[in-house]
Design a protein around this ligand. Structure first.
Ligand SMILES: Cc1cc2nc3c(=O)[nH]c(=O)nc-3n(C[C@H](O)[C@H](O)[C@H](O)COP(=O)(O)OP(=O)(O)OC[C@H]3O[C@@H](n4cnc5c(N)ncnc54)[C@H](O)[C@@H]3O)c2cc1C
Length: 538
């Protein structure tokens, strides 16, 4: 009797066999029946610095075939007797660079009765996630959304960037806007009509209140009757069947230690930085790619560890007797950025790249970066209050860091600057599902790379992680975009549209019992109003 475990993946892994935790790097490939598992892990892995390998022997080949991966037990198929080796990969959030922290989990899913099933599981309830959940649930698929923050909307709400830049964004975005318009003090717009905000040339911005945005979207999801939203719930771990190329299960934890075990027909990664795909073992892009990689004229000659800047957006409020902000000790005043009006009377402040380079997140991690940014925000507010807003005082930090760019996933197609230059007229893809026209805008990472001369299309294949996945999609700023393309197409309304396409595809999988590679793109393109000439021939 024996067993085989194969580890895949682009990042470090953690694996617990019985009570012992192993951590290693992807050079570790497989554990075969001939030797005790722990010996092979020691021999094959280059150990990360995170934790030394355990000394005690754990499971031996020939022992009974139960492998426990963290708290989850899998009945493990024997290899030598049947020849059918079950290949599992367990990937975890806590080993992904720059990922937000997850609450510690102690309560087992089975004991707590938190085993859930749905047609579609959406990880992350930001712009992409709400688009995906709405599209799938409105088509009758059962949907579970796992969202770490207490609000839906992601960067647009918990991240404090409650602003839609001008650019394409119809369908759900229009509906959200119309509902916000019927809610007192929920939205303001600098153009008379929504249509005028739909092109960059129109230059019309929309600002909304994060809490009201969350309520509107929650209502829209509730009305579908088949969407369950788990707020304050962090996806922490994913189990993948590497042989079938399927995500089997997602585990998520709440601050009260509840663990959810979620099984679904299709999983959609809407975590912004592709955390689910990374944990599943998909290939990752991080930083600016070299010119050779995609042939982009504006790319540097060699890869650069450079990311679009990160922010900690903050709110200020008018006051008759404002509290003055001192300069934090050891800090210089920070300048720049702007303060955008909010419907309720305050303003949100974005330094527009002046706060920190994006790579700080990779260097210091989520908590370290946030701590540093809080100090920098106060030195920014010290300057802004003195120079421009003496009748305002500090209100609050946004709950979530605002990340313009982190990891992106290598997908069946990677959108590049070439697509942006060609524009939709010249692009030859027949699976375009969204249109964008924002400039190539790299705040704090080399400045603007220039406007796009015409709107361009985003193909559906940018949402399909490379590697033959049967039930995995990604619909967020971490999808298949080069560093340069991502700097243009990351706007919130574009992400809602990508989510819409992914959710529709997932609903189709549920309705006709097919896998992602078999999805018929035509109906999705029609639903999203794509030009007929960009659709596949019937
Ligand atoms: C500073 C800044 C200014 C911007 N300005 C504008 C602007 O003016 N107009 C505009 O249109 N766009 C703007 N953008 C871009 C736009 O806001 C974002 O690119 C877009 O909102 C991203 O949407 P998303 O769905 O990809 O990710 P997000 O909206 O970030 O959603 C990701 C969601 O996943 C959740 N999540 C992450 N990890 C986990 C986990 N492990 N478990 C569960 N949930 C998880 C997060 O909590 C979040 O809710 C700006 C971005 C930044 C950072």
């Amino acid at each position: 009797m024996g067993r085989g475990i194969t580890f895949f993946g682009a990042c470090d892994f953690t694996c617990r066999i019985r009570d012992s935790v192993f951590r290693g790097r992807p050079s570790c490939r497989s554990i075969t029946p001939e030797r005790p598992a722990h010996q092979q892990l020691r021999r094959n892995c280059s150990w990360g610095n995170l934790q030394p390998p355990v000394a005690a022997p754990v499971v031996h080949a020939g022992n009974d075939a139960i492998v426990q991966i963290d708290d989850l037990e899998f009945g493990y198929e024997t290899a030598s007797t049947t020849g059918s080796r079950k290949e599992l990969h367990v990937g975890r959030l806590d080993i992904i660079r720059g990922a937000p922290p997850a609450p510690a989990a102690t309560m087992d899913a089975r004991r707590a009765g938190c085993e859930l099933r749905a047609d579609v599981c959406v990880a992350g309830g930001g712009s992409g996630g709400l688009g995906a959940a709405l599209a799938a649930a409105r088509k009758g698929a059962s949907v579970i959304v796992v969202e770490r923050e207490r609000l839906l909307g992601g960067t647009s709400t918990a991240g404090g960037v409650s602003n839609w830049e001008p650019g394409p964004g119809d369908a759900f975005a229009r509906e959200i806007f119309e509902r916000l318009s019927k809610t007192p003090k929920a939205v303001i717009m600098d153009k008379p009509t929504y249509d005028e905000t739909l092109t960059r040339a129109g230059n019309g911005h929309i600002q909304f209140e994060p809490d009201k945005f969350h309520r509107v979207v929650t209502d829209m999801l509730r009305e579908t009757g088949c969407c369950r939203v788990l707020l304050n719930t962090t996806f922490t771990e994913v189990t993948v069947n590497t042989r079938d190329r399927r995500v089997v299960e997602l585990r998520a934890t709440r601050p009260d230690s509840t663990v959810y075990s979620i099984r679904a027909g299709v999983f959609i990664d809407c975590t912004g930085s592709g955390f689910l795909c990374q944990a599943a073992g998909c290939d990752v892009m991080l930083g600016a790619e070299s010119r050779d990689r995609f042939g982009e004229p504006a790319a540097p000659p060699a890869p650069v560890e450079r990311l679009n800047a990160i922010e900690l957006i903050y709110r200020i409020r008018p006051s008759k007797d404002p509290i003055r902000q001192d300069l934090p000790s050891g800090m210089e005043p920070r300048r720049g950025g702007g303060a955008w009006p909010q419907p309720s009377g305050g303003r949100f402040v974005n330094t527009c790249g002046g706060l920190a380079p994006g790579w700080l997140l990779m260097e210091k991690g989520w908590i370290g970066a946030r701590k540093e940014l809080e100090r920098r925000v106060l030195s920014h507010w010290h300057w802004l209050q003195k120079e421009y807003y003496p009748r305002y005082e500090f209100d609050r930090f946004s709950p979530m860091l605002a990340v313009r760019e982190a990891q992106r996933i290598v997908c069946e197609y990677v959108l590049t600057q070439i697509d942006l230059i060609e524009g939709i007229e010249k692009q030859t893809h027949d699976d375009i599902i969204a249109i964008a026209d924002h400039p190539m805008d790299t705040h704090g990472a080399g400045g603007s790379l220039g406007k796009v001369s015409a709107p361009y299309g985003i193909p559906f294949r940018c949402l399909v992680p490379k590697g033959g996945w049967r039930n995995l999609l990604i619909a967020c700023r971490g999808a298949g975009f080069s560093h340069i393309a991502a700097s243009s197409c990351r706007l919130s309304r574009t992400m809602i549209a990508l989510g819409h396409a992914a959710g529709s595809a997932a609903a189709q999988c549920a309705a006709v019992r097919c896998d992602v590679p078999d999805v018929d793109i035509g109906p999705i393109q029609r639903e999203l109003g794509m030009p007929p000439e960009k659709r596949p021939a019937p």
